[in-house]
Design a protein around this ligand. Structure first.
Ligand SMILES: CCCCCCCC/C=C\CCCCCCCC(=O)N[C@@H](COP(=O)(O)O)[C@H](O)/C=C/CCCCCCCCCCCCC
Length: 264
């Protein structure tokens, strides 16, 4: 069945395809059709009033630039810019509607944990992923032997985002090479099954699976990215995907070297 959803950024209607069998999982129609005014953000977006104002999202400025700046010439990863890239993505996610609220909340809580470390007295140790790993390992602040004593360590928190980065990279690559009629929900689901899903519980997998049906169709999705024509979107994605892959690979190798890839 086709539903027409009000896009909170463009205030236009976009169609999304939802199978009849999934309708029972969706929020009531009045919630789905609600127009969220730009001055009335979801409550989990940012830290300050200013941050919370939902200005128009720009993929290049808010995601690509942040992930670009997060790599130092020595290939260290600056946590501040890494987090800022995720916050840009969360902004985009929030603009897609309340169906994605549970995903957005989790991403915000993870970025907040890392920001809190950065702002703490140990902040300088959290400047880069490399320095954070060294600091937490040297001071035994990580559950390397799987005890679950440090459920909010920086290493464990970043690992969750790191796994999500793999999903993002796979999803964007599918989006980049897709055709106009290809389904975003299928691209998203396939990328998810290939990456994050194996780390999630049954309930999260089912909820995520339902949420994917609420994704806008490809042309509407491209519009939300606010990059320009479909050709320009494809061009930007062509730059974003290798960049995300590089950040992912650096983290993956670092975590592998220190046996941190299975932190509970
Ligand atoms: C340029 C276009 C980009 C497309 C838009 C992308 C927007 C993505 C924004 C945020 C992505 C969400 C990142 C989610 C981080 C999830 C971390 C995680 O795995 N958390 C789980 C484990 O944490 P702990 O319990 O061990 O602390 C947690 O259980 C998860 C809860 C929420 C569900 C996460 C489902 C993730 C689905 C993949 C993202 C789908 C987004 C679809 C929108 C395009």
């Amino acid at each position: 069945m086709f539903l027409y959803c009000l896009d909170s950024l463009t205030s236009s209607l976009y169609p999304m395809c939802i199978p009849q069998s999934s309708m029972m999982f969706l929020p009531p129609m009045d919630t789905r059709m609600q127009l969220r005014p730009t001055s009335c953000p979801a409550p989990w977006i940012g830290n300050t009033e200013a941050e919370n104002l939902q200005t128009q999202f720009c993929l290049k400025k808010e995601v690509l630039e942040s992930f670009k700046s997060c790599l130092s010439p020595e290939k260290e990863i600056y946590i501040e810019h890494y987090v800022s890239g995720w916050r840009g993505l969360v902004k985009l996610l929030n603009s897609l509607g309340s169906l994605f609220g549970f995903i957005s909340k989790d991403a915000v809580s993870k970025t907040q944990i890392l920001m809190n470390f950065l702002k703490s007295e140990n902040g300088p140790h959290y400047a880069t992923v490399q320095s954070m790993v060294k600091f937490e390992l040297d001071n035994k602040l990580v559950d390397v032997d799987k005890k679950g004593i440090y459920p909010e360590s920086g290493c464990r928190t970043l690992l969750r985002l790191h796994r999500a980065l793999r999903w993002l990279q796979l999803f964007l690559e599918r989006l980049r090479t897709s055709k106009e009629d290809d389904k975003t929900s299928v691209m998203c689901r396939d990328a998810y099954n290939e990456s994050l899903a194996q780390h999630h519980t049954w309930l999260i997998r089912k909820s995520a699976g339902m949420a994917f049906y609420g994704l806008p169709v490809r042309p509407a999705f491209f519009e939300v990215m606010n990059v320009g024509t479909p050709e320009q979107v494809v061009d930007v994605l062509g730059k974003a995907v290798p960049l995300l892959y590089e950040v992912y690979q650096i983290t993956e190798e670092l975590y592998q070297k220190h046996n941190l890839l299975d932190l509970p």
